[in-house]
Design a protein around this ligand. Sequence first.
Ligand SMILES: [Zn+2]
Length: 478
Amino acid sequence: MKTIIRILALLLCVLPAALGQGLPDLGDVSQSDMSPQMERRLGESIMREIRADPTYSDDAEVTDYLNTLGYKLVAASADSRQEFNFFLITDPQVNAFAMPGGFVGINSGLILTAQSESELAGVVSHEVAHVTQRHMARMLAQQKQSTVTSLAALAVAVLAARANPQISQAAIAAAGASSVQSALNYTRDHEREADRVGFQVLDKAGFDAQAMALFFERMQRATRFYETNAPAYLRTHPLTYERIADMQSRAHGLPYRQVPDSLDFQLMRAKIKAAQDKPEDALAFFEESLGERKYLSEAASRYGLVSALIRTKAYARAGRELQTLRKALPDSAAVDALTGRYYTASGDIGAASQTYRDALKSHPGYRALVYDYAEVLLRSRQAGEALKLVESRLQYSVSDYRMYELQAKCYAALGRRLAQHRALAESYYRVGNVKTAIEQLLLAQKSGDGDFYQQSSVDARLRELRSLEEETRRESRK
Ligand SMILES: [Zn+2]
């Protein structure tokens, strides 16, 4: 299953490929540049595939951290109006990839390999630059008439790879896509431009701009040991001596700037490490880190230790370490969320609920607290309370598809079928899946419950989405 992400990283880094059944009609792309709306729709259609892949992680805390970091960079870039979504891929390979529409995937391996937040930001700013410089749209425009056919062939190849990784190469060859594949890798010019623009963005956003060259040098040194099996990042973004030399000379003129890592960077790294390794390995890692004082942040290492202890079900010790951690970081939403998870895992639902209620007073916008509390309420058969919580948050986060998913779960638990399908429709709509949203609204119509007003509201929404779908279809034909 990792294969699909690897192929995506390899091929779709630049390619607005349309995957799956919902292959959008690209129209005659040779005639015109792609509109930002078209790019976004293509990105969304690829995201539908990625979200279904087991390596995709929707961990709210890491996702929110990555988006905070990413948007800090976007705000420092020339095109700050472009919409972006940064997301985590659980894959030990050092890689990151940008897709049309501003979707940027960041591998856990990259986050763990980066030795400072500025190093991580350096790679992310390079990806942001690929998007803002519209490298994908520009390359697509060069693909001439064969593009739509080639895209379809590639989509088939990638879907085949998903079912059976062994045949992926064969399928790509059978699709006659080898010429396309060679056209899909970023060109040297694109790499150079993403480096240059990414560097400016990194510097302007207040990170240590030297970190970019440092990180790439370290990767290049590591590559010698990899031989044929170069890290994925280097295969999708060929690294040359020239690129490194450019980075070094750019960094050369800058005054030295020490930029401390954010606490969230440290905590989220510990979270990923504790979740990704085998429980006993993670436990040993954080025990050693604390025992030998080998850490960048003691609190983050203890956070990792508690996470690992929860995984190994050593609840008594986890509880003691958690108290120490809470004293060190009394006002951390991430530590509150960890505390809630600890009580939930150890079976103390009452203490978990109390933790979430208190924490939400200080950190009402912290998504992980809302999701986890709602799940705890649902599990303890308090669907009505869970619904109240979700609906109070939906007023402020109208674009959060997971909040609608939770709302649907609450309605399902309450046996309200019309409302359940209506909420699911809104969830699908938020991820750009209008077709499935319409199907859910049709199910809502047939549900046989709900009063007159709810039914008319479903009818109105259905008309709205149908005309949106029609509009999209017309636009694609232009
Ligand atoms: Zn690149």
